[in-house]
Design a protein around this ligand. Structure first.
Ligand SMILES: [Ca+2]
Length: 233
């Protein structure tokens, strides 16, 4: 892929500073998931979000209207700063992220174009997305989704409706989480010793329980719309 002379000049003009132009090029060089037009559009969104600063901090997401009523809003924002998702470690959160980091996270939300990928490549991409999803549940980064962690996500999702009573939410969330763990234990290759309890869902078991389910649609986050970003200004 290359950058044509005219679009380079046009973007140098629009990006105004060498700094932003450098960021754009850096993002483009290191990202094979997006084409040039998408990088430009995402760069625009990044600048809107950051308030024209070189990095984004969690509070920059406060005004994203499409996220305002998302029941797992805080988890999504956190995911942008999660070192595991950024490929920067096995735990912890970054205080701020650069444009390049931003692209790394957005790539998880990008739909798979399976027709352009070999079977192995498609599987690798799917696993990367699943890992991102796994991290939304595994809050303490120990590689296991416990009953409590699973229940908290379901509680968050159910609590979006203020009409629903909290005792009901807790009871339903508990039963959904319990069933999810039971299903994962059943799908697991790891046999349990007699009397041993299934402690939590491993990543491999998580992948197995999602087999045959197209979760792409669920990964589409509408807050990435340019309109929404424009409203943030
Ligand atoms: Ca955990």
């Amino acid at each position: 892929m290359g950058v044509s002379q005219s679009s380079e000049e046009e973007w140098k003009r629009e990006s105004r500073t060498d700094f932003w132009w450098g960021q754009m090029q850096e993002g483009f060089r290191n990202q094979s998931d997006f084409n040039w037009d998408q990088i430009k559009q995402l760069h625009q969104r990044f600048r809107l979000l950051s308030g024209d600063q070189p990095t984004i901090r969690p509070e920059n997401f406060d005004n994203v209207l499409d996220l305002e009523f998302n029941p797992i809003r805080s988890r999504i924002v956190r995911a942008f700063f999660d070192n595991r998702n950024l490929g920067k470690g096995t735990s912890g959160l970054a205080e701020e992220i650069s444009f390049e980091d931003f692209l790394t996270i957005i790539a998880y939300f990008k739909p798979l174009r399976s027709s352009h990928l070999s079977k192995d490549e498609a599987e690798t991409h799917r696993r990367e997305k699943m890992r991102f999803l796994f991290h939304l549940y595994d809050e303490d980064c120990d590689g296991l989704i416990t009953l409590q962690e699973y229940r908290r996500v379901v509680e968050d999702l159910l609590s979006a409706n203020p009409q629903v009573e909290s005792t009901w939410v807790r009871s339903i969330a508990n039963s959904i989480a319990y069933r999810a763990l039971k299903e994962a234990a059943r799908a697991s290759d790891q046999p349990l010793e007699e009397g041993e309890q299934y402690q939590g869902i491993t990543f491999e078991d998580f992948v197995k329980t999602w087999q045959g389910i197209d979760f792409e649609v669920k990964m589409q986050v509408s807050f990435l719309n340019l309109e929404a970003m424009a409203l943030c200004q």
